[in-house]
Design a protein around this ligand. Sequence first.
Ligand code: PLP
Length: 473
Amino acid sequence: MFSPEMFRLHGHSLIDLLADRLSAQLQGQGAVLPWRDPVTEDTRWQRPLPQQPTLDAEHWLQQLQQDILPGGLAIHHVRNMGHQVAAPLPMAALCDLVASLSNQAMAVYEAGPTATMLERQVIRWLSTLVGWDSPRLNGLLTSGGNQANLTALLAARQRALPGNSWQQGVPSQGRLCILASEHSHYSISRAAGIMGLGTAAVVTVACDAEGRMQPAALQQAHAACVAQGQQVMAVVASAACTPTGSIDPLGAIGLYCRAHQLWLHVDGAHGASGLLSARHRMALDGIALADSVVWDGHKLLYMPATVSAVLFRDPANRHAAFAQEASYLFQGDTMDDFNTSTSTLECTKRMMGLKLWTAFSLYGVEGLGALVDQVYGLAQQLAHKLAADPAFELLMAPQTNIVCFRHRGEDSDRHAMNAHQAVLRQRLVQSGAFHITQVTLDGQIWLRTALMNPFTSAEDLDALLAALQQPLQ
Ligand SMILES: Cc1ncc(COP(=O)(O)O)c(C=O)c1O
């Protein structure tokens, strides 16, 4: 089970296999998604629990090659344009292998000393990009944007309530509320539910036709909350929002929050990576006015899932979310500053810093920013093609790498138009030729692409539009 020679042998074969798949996907070979009906598929995965071995390592590799890997979504395929999931950098994937075998548990400094330092280094770099040069550490890495948003909002709750809400809970009088864009990610209302505020505590703020939070609507929503005796715990701006990739006006929102002493949380899970690009950075102007920022590595930082950063303008807030006593881990002395589990939901966590540290060290901000430029550019190209083609309707000019559009088809009534988009998407995805998603906005279904792969070409975009125009059978 632990033979170093077996690890070496099968590791080499595995890397060869993965490198071949990577090469094929980047050249657009094979299906993007070999669609299998999940109910039928599930029947194949109900074999009895093995009491004795059922595979040797060679057959394991064979099964990986013939069944497990080909059955998945080909994440590096140039025609994979669906979800906001990175086509990960191969070197970052190697870092995950290092993280797995070295298994630095991270909870406390002594369980992963260098892993802790790598995380601290990466947090400092990301903070610098936001515009915060803090001498004290002001953030943490955690597993995924959902947890990251919860962590930031827990810190905001702790600041909002006098006393210690961690110990005493949330009073029912003078209810707390969160003001968030109507397009904010569901993790915001989920966090409100988890925190015991109830999802109704999230008050939605209207957006303009470009999907951006309207500062005037924020002001109105704030005034309405105050008039009802509610306390605004945080304002959540999206950069960018999930449905359309729109970026809220962070400067105007930030100034409003500063003037009214409101905690501003910027959910930059998707779009904070725009900070890497000299061309697109200005769309995020004002982000430094935030109190907290979330930034996913496994989206536009091209990391394998998962790695998300939570950053605080005031370093004192790094420990605000969790105020836990556990004498078997924390001694309450200066070491706690180096014990990552004092500031994250996780106790044991993966060594997530290595892959980010490696990517910044190997490619620099410029190299990583070029990937962002490339996929934002692809979104512009697709938007131009859609705007020029009478068969399609473009929802809005893309602000990031997400493009929403509809095929006009023959139908004019809303219900039939919606059904047409859904059928088109289903047909396309199940054909394995492309992967795209859909989103419902104001009762209308739009086709949605997240252009994540810098190797996607103009020909791939043309082929997508051609495929969507094939007559339905
Ligand atoms: C704006 C935004 N916030 C948060 C999340 C949640 O991130 P994760 O999937 O890493 O939990 C997403 C995911 O798509 C997102 O788009």
